[in-house]
Design a protein around this ligand. Structure first.
Ligand code: AMP
Length: 585
């Protein structure tokens, strides 16, 4: 294929913003294009060389392109930069430069698609010392033979600014019109959703038509576009929609990961199909340990845990793991990440996306060994509102966002790339953001683990209920302590040590150590939620729950100026909760 044929398609696409028109332009191009060229043409139209999920990106710096254009056209770099300032888009700048200069000698031999693609491919993969020069050389070679309009698009492609505005759905429409019928579009879309590779789908369609596309299956190495959930705001509504019976899982608050496992090699993809493998070596290790034979694709949520409180942490706490190479070891030790697996999409040659939910779940349970670092999502089959509410509160207590209801019907397949009512999320409405600190009383402590072995790992904190003269628990506090504090606080607490729970303390938790209410610490929390386990303001918001402060962190201040009865009161916390109640997003 000549590159200019593709470029004339780009010119027409660039001139319209109508999706229908784009579909027509692309469809007639696809129909006439040679099969062997289609894949490359599709990637380039998307401004890429490969499918989205490939790590290798083009993104050449403007500066390098300017140098190359200067070299090819003989215009000074400063001059090109000046025009760029006015024009903005380097593609148009290149086109103008070509129009104005040595036009007759510039292009000698018509460029083919293969030649352009291969030059770009080589340029994008050259790395290391001298790579800038060799990138420039490879690019100059094709730019030398380019027409003005070809130079425009090559410039846009290499700088990652193609922006023709062709959405994936438009591309699928066009492929369906060109090679199938309207009714068969679903099969084309599904092929894309399970492979995330438009080039592959186009090539197969062009070569073997719809039958070919139908034989495309899930495979390890091609991330599957994720299934998404609708939202509903009450268990009654959800149960009704689900026909009175469905599975409920904890909705973990972390990072979704799709793991591809084959021959002991694990690759992790994000919800947006970026490769996350290098960021979660601990998850890779955990999955290798819990899945030892064959090949699989699984989905789960990665959540950091605080070893000392056993609670999940918000991902912001460990966000510095993302993209950092140095110190990853320490970060892993400090904030181990657990993966909670919730779906199985492929197992040993079988495409599990076409299997119903309960069968997938059973196969997942069978195929993976549960360990500390790789668990299955908590799941229960529930039929009544009361059961759902109870499970919901348990999920909140355990640091989750709420529940995910999942259909167990005969059509409960994994709908790659789709949002629908087969999954329904039920998120906490009982959440209130805290923007103030509170002063809490230490009433108990838990033995430390990991680095905190031998000292207290976390403290059990309480608010004061003035009416009943009781101390009611709200939180396990484990963050904000440096080494000095870890040594100091136990000393300060020694005088309050008692054998059993103090009679003024109301707690449903069994601490390892108990204290008479005495020491007051200033604490900053992220939010106040309803909790079935903590006793502060119990029964005030819900009949079967109290209030809890989530993600508490010691500010470093011991409130020696306050006695325990001057600590934050339970009713104060209740009014904070009410005044800041965050409605459902
Ligand atoms: P949202 O981001 O609020 O639309 O909720 C959907 C997200 O919840 C998914 O993309 C997952 O990352 C996450 N999630 C947490 N737990 C589960 C679960 N048990 N099943 C499915 N998704 C879950």
């Amino acid at each position: 294929m000549l590159f200019r044929d593709l470029v004339s398609v780009y010119e027409r696409l660039d001139a319209t913003s109508s999706r229908l028109e784009m579909t027509d332009i692309l469809a007639s191009f696809f129909r006439t294009a040679e099969t062997s060229a289609l894949r490359k043409a599709i990637y380039l139209t998307q401004g890429q060389l490969y499918p989205d999920f490939y790590q290798q990106k083009l993104g050449m710096a403007d500066k390098l392109l300017i140098r190359t254009l200067s070299f090819v056209t003989g215009t000074r770099e400063e001059k090109i930069s000046e025009v760029q300032l006015k024009e903005g888009d380097l593609g148009s700048v290149a086109e103008k430069l070509y129009q104005g200069k040595r036009q007759t000698t510039l292009f000698s031999e018509p460029l083919t698609l293969d030649r352009v693609y291969s030059a770009l491919e080589r340029a994008s993969s050259s790395e290391g010392g001298g790579s800038q020069d060799s990138k420039m050389k490879m690019l100059a070679e094709v730019l030398h033979d380019a027409t003005p309009v070809e130079a425009k698009y090559i410039s846009r492609i290499v700088t990652g600014k193609m922006r023709l505005g062709v959405a994936a759905m438009t591309m699928i429409d066009a492929l369906s019109v060109a090679f199938a019928t309207k009714e068969e579009r679903d099969a084309v879309e599904r092929a894309f959703n399970i492979t995330s590779d438009m080039g592959l789908v186009g090539e197969v369609l062009s070569r073997s038509g719809l039958e070919g596309v139908k034989s495309i299956h899930v495979q390890v190495g091609n991330p599957i576009r994720v299934m998404l959930a609708e939202r509903m705001s009450s268990p009654a509504e959800i149960l009704e929609k689900m026909g009175g019976n469905c599975a409920f899982e904890y909705k973990y608050d972390g990072v979704r990961v799709q793991a591809h496992i084959k021959d002991g090699v694990v690759t992790l993809y994000s919800r947006r199909l970026e490769d996350l493998t290098s960021q979660f070596p601990d998850v890779v290790k955990a999955l290798k340990e819990s899945f030892t034979v064959g090949s699989a694709i699984v989905e789960g949520e990665c959540v950091p845990v605080d070893l000392n409180t056993g609670e999940f942490l918000p991902f912001q706490e460990v966000s510095h793991r993302r993209g950092r190479k140095h110190g990853l070891e320490e970060a892993m030790e400090e904030y181990p990440v657990r993966i909670c697996l919730f779906d199985l999409l492929y197992l040993d040659g079988q495409d599990m996306t076409e299997v119903t939910y309960l069968k997938r779940r059973a196969a997942l349970t069978e195929a993976f060994r549960i360990t500390d670092a790789a668990k299955l999502s908590e799941m229960r089959m529930l039929q009544s509102e009361e059961e759902v509410q109870k499970f919901f509160l348990e999920a909140l207590r355990d640091g989750c966002e709420g529940l995910m209801a999942k259909s167990i019907g005969p059509d409960s397949f994994y709908r790659a790339g789709n949002r629908g009512f087969l999954w329904i999320k039920y998120k906490k409405e009982y959440r209130s953001e805290m923007n103030d600190t509170v002063d809490l009383v230490v009433v108990g402590a838990f033995a430390g683990r990991g680095k905190r072995k031998g000292v207290y790992g976390a403290l059990l904190m309480a608010t004061y209920n003035e009416q009943e003269d009781r101390f009611e628990t709200v939180s396990k506090l484990g963050s904000g302590f440096d080494d000095a504090a870890l040594a100091e606080i136990p000393k300060r607490l020694e005088q309050y040590r008692v054998q059993d729970k103090h009679h003024l303390v109301s707690s449903n938790m069994q601490a390892d150590f108990w204290f008479e209410p005495g020491l007051v610490l200033e604490v900053r929390g992220a939010e106040i939620t309803v909790s079935p386990i903590h006793t502060a303001a119990y029964g005030k918001v819900r009949k079967d729950g109290g209030l809890a402060i989530r993600f508490p962190r010691w500010t470093g201040k011991i409130r020696d100026d306050k006695g325990p009865r001057e600590a934050t009161r339970s009713d104060e916390l209740l009014s904070m909760y009410r005044s800041q109640l965050k409605q459902i997003e």
